[in-house]
Design a protein around this ligand. Structure first.
Ligand SMILES: NC(=O)c1ccc[n+]([C@@H]2O[C@H](COP(=O)([O-])OP(=O)(O)OC[C@H]3O[C@@H](n4cnc5c(N)ncnc54)[C@H](O)[C@@H]3O)[C@@H](O)[C@H]2O)c1
Length: 348
């Protein structure tokens, strides 16, 4: 049995971490911590477990693993503290807010011999797993292009707080470009198996405003043009200002046809072959933010993957070493938006 505790008791803990741990028979929620103790108390009432007064008190308890679900700025500090205390860590995305912090997290995980997993749940979605399998099988020939999208109405609907920390650069560091873009950037790396070597990105803030009417200081829309190791190019577009139906779609263009993922309400994967044949797969559908905040949920597989790795003593595939590439791309996007130039990605 894996004893787990959760640090940060906001929306992602409420809708994913706490319910998914409670559904997993191989772990037990031992307790919660949040800077606002009433948030920890509310979850302890539902799921059981203690309410800790500090991170230190939590880490001193008989706990094997922790979820780090706090605001972005504090991911690195708390994850490193937990790893050094001998706990396996599942940290939410984006991994950290500086490139140095991301690298430090990976290094400390290696030194401590504990696992560091990042909550990049898109890799586990069924159509993505199948799409990757089809691409890697070579049945559609080589990849010749790609596009990936993630857009929804923004974090204020998700957290239920109009002026959420997601809009505060000092705490969030990034806007939609990383909040949504790290998922899709990591997904491209997972699907295609090639690193992104160069990027040209534009970040804009056009609609999200502070209470005084000024625009927020992080981007609410971003578009990046990515170049892969083999020279193939494609785009990622993300937005917090899509007030219609959420878009979480990805298309891989291949010599022999197109692999379409999550762009159809019924078939989460559609293969359109060059010869005109169409193969639809009815696998699963991603739960939108709107559905999750109104009580709808599906198990993302993140917690089950983490607990299985801890139980069986092997590093999860979604570990820090693997997830850091997407962060290097995110920082290159930031540099490109500032410089107006194509920027190289660190570590490739
Ligand atoms: N994997 C995903 O798809 C996904 C989806 C949403 C959010 N997230 C990530 O999860 C993290 C949390 O987001 P959220 O939507 O739950 O936000 P939230 O604002 O609802 O919750 C954050 C919680 O952390 C607490 N907190 C902040 N700093 C803390 C600290 N230093 N110590 C203890 N508690 C602290 C806050 O009081 C709050 O309760 C963010 O990094 C976000 O990017 C991931």
């Amino acid at each position: 049995m894996v004893n787990v505790a959760i640090i940060g008791c906001g929306k992602i803990t409420e809708v994913r971490h706490a319910p998914e741990y409670s559904e997993n028979k191989n772990c037990k929620i031992v307790g919660f911590y949040d800077v606002f103790s009433e948030k920890a108390e509310a979850l302890a009432k539902i799921y059981g477990g203690k309410v800790y007064a500090s991170v230190e008190e939590l880490l001193a308890d008989d706990i094997n693993a922790v979820s780090v679900c706090v605001a972005n700025r504090y991911h690195a500090e708390i994850s490193i503290q937990a790893l050094k205390a001998g706990k396996h860590v599942l940290c939410e995305k984006p991994m950290a807010t500086t490139e140095d912090d991301c690298e430090a997290m990976v290094k400390v995980a290696e030194e401590s011999g504990k696992y560091l997993m990042i909550g990049l749940n898109q890799r586990l979605a069924k159509a993505h797993v199948k799409g990757r399998e089809i691409l890697q099988s070579g049945e559609l020939g080589e990849l010749v292009g790609f596009e990936t999208h993630f857009s929804h109405p923004g974090p204020e609907g998700w957290t239920g707080v109009a002026n959420s920390w997601f809009f505060d650069k000092k705490i969030a560091e990034f806007g939609a470009m990383a909040d949504l873009g790290v998922h899709k950037t990591d997904l491209l790396y997972y699907l295609i198996g090639q690193k992104i070597v160069k990027t040209s990105a534009i970040l804009t803030t056009v609609d999200k405003r502070n209470q005084d009417g000024s625009l927020v200081d992080v981007d609410d829309n971003a578009i990046a043009l990515y170049t892969l190791e083999n020279g193939v190019v494609g785009t990622m577009s993300v937005s917090w200002t899509n007030y219609g139906q959420e878009d979480n779609s990805t298309k891989l263009y291949c010599q022999g046809g197109v692999i379409r993922m999550y762009d159809d309400p019924t078939y989460s994967l559609i293969v359109e072959a060059k010869n005109g044949s169409i193969i639809p797969y009815e696998l699963d559908q991603l739960t939108s933010n709107k559905e999750q905040t109104s009580g709808g949920r599906s198990n993302t597989g993140v917690i089950d993957t983490f607990i299985e790795a801890v139980m069986n003593g092997h590093e999860p595939a979604l570990n820090g070493k693997s997830a850091i590439h997407a962060m290097h791309v995110i920082f290159a996007n930031q540099r490109s938006a500032m410089s107006g130039k194509v920027e190289s990605v660190k570590g490739v």
